[in-house]
Design a protein around this ligand. Structure first.
Ligand code: T5A
Length: 211
């Protein structure tokens, strides 16, 4: 059982920024303090949502139209929220999600066919507009993230990770704009430092939620 009120944390950022590493480290740090933690990821997190993840991330770039792509991410999230995140929060647990709706806002608006409001509409319809209590955008210089993503992927990045550097630069610009527009919920974190230093910064930036 959880200790008190359930809290929802999401980790965001570009490819190879260290989100998975920090999600695991945060789960460990919170469990050490006696909190019950559900660690999850998006797209995915439930059996059906993981099937949508495979559909989205495998295959050629032209496999999905951008509108279909945005809808599939929203559909995966709807399953994730209904079957895993909301029940865990209701049990009083902390939920840490490796990516959430802000990735949808940052990635699927880049080519200009969909707006931020479109993505938020999909999120309202699919997931009742569930928002994290705190979101950390891990910000690293482009060359650092490219090196880390390459180390992780060993040359085999997924359908979206393979998009060009201009695309990924635009994604980061979108993330930084979101942070500037939602200072209370979204914290931009310098993630170029050693993993344990980044974890300490994240823990400090959510101490107000540990009541
Ligand atoms: N996507 C996702 C959308 O387009 N729309 C959406 O709505 C959503 C939810 C899959 C793709 O889907 C897109 C975005 C993605 O292209 P993903 O699986 O989360 O999303 O893809 P990635 O961001 O590529 O990967 P990860 O989640 O696995 O995490 P990270 O941030 O890539 O990082 P991590 O922790 O795996 O670390 C990478 C390497 O760096 C090292 C690690 O050991 C690892 O080798 N590392 C560090 N090294 C030095 N110092 C540190 N501080 C380090 N932290 C990690």
């Amino acid at each position: 059982m959880g200790r008190g009120v359930g809290r929802f944390i999401s980790l965001e950022g570009g490819e190879g920024a260290g989100k998975s590493t920090q999600a695991k480290a945060l789960a460990f740090a919170l469990e050490s303090k006696g909190f019950a933690v559900t660690l999850t990821r998006e797209p995915g997190g439930t059996t059906s949502a993981e099937i949508i993840r495979d559909l989205l991330l495998s295959g050629a770039e032209e496999k999905w139209h951008i509108r279909t792509e945005a809808l599939l991410f929203a559909a995966s999230r709807a399953e994730h929220c209904a079957k895993l995140i909301r029940p865990a929060l209701a049990r009083g647990e902390w939920v840490i999600s490796d990516r959430f709706v802000d990735s949808n806002r940052a990635y699927q608006t880049v080519n200009g066919e969909l707006t931020d409001d479109d993505i938020l509409d999909l999120h309202r319809i699919g997931s009742g507009n569930l928002m994290p209590d705190r979101t950390f955008i891990l910000d690293v210089p482009e060359e650092v993230s490219a090196k880390r993503a390459a180390a992780r992927d060993r040359g085999g990045s997924d359908r979206i990770g393979r998009r060009n550097s201009e695309y990924h630069r635009a994604v980061m610009t979108n993330f930084r704009k979101m942070a500037a527009n939602s200072r209370e919920r979204i914290k931009l974190i310098d993630a170029a430092q050693a993993p344990n230093v980044v974890t300490e910064t994240l823990m400090k930036n959510m101490s107000d939620l540990m009541v």
